[in-house]
Ligand binder design. Sequence first.
Ligand SMILES: [Zn+2]
Length: 83
Amino acid sequence: MSRLNDLIGGEKCHEEVRRMRWPHGTDCPRCGSNKVVKRGRNYRHRACRRYTCRNRAKCFDDLTATIFMGRHPPLSVWFPLCT
Ligand SMILES: [Zn+2]
């Protein structure tokens, strides 16, 4: 159960999301470029990492262009592992 409890915190959910969508490294959801710079974390939702695409200087985060987008929090509603 301890692992399950860890998942509720949000950080683990985001790790899972990142692992699923970027198994070979972060790339831009808009143009597919892997020239991506980490930009810290979402100020309201600390588990959510933010990035900037160098191609067009556009920002995105862990959830941009996923079904989870705009659901901060609870990701758990959408992500069965987090319940
Ligand atoms: Zn891009």
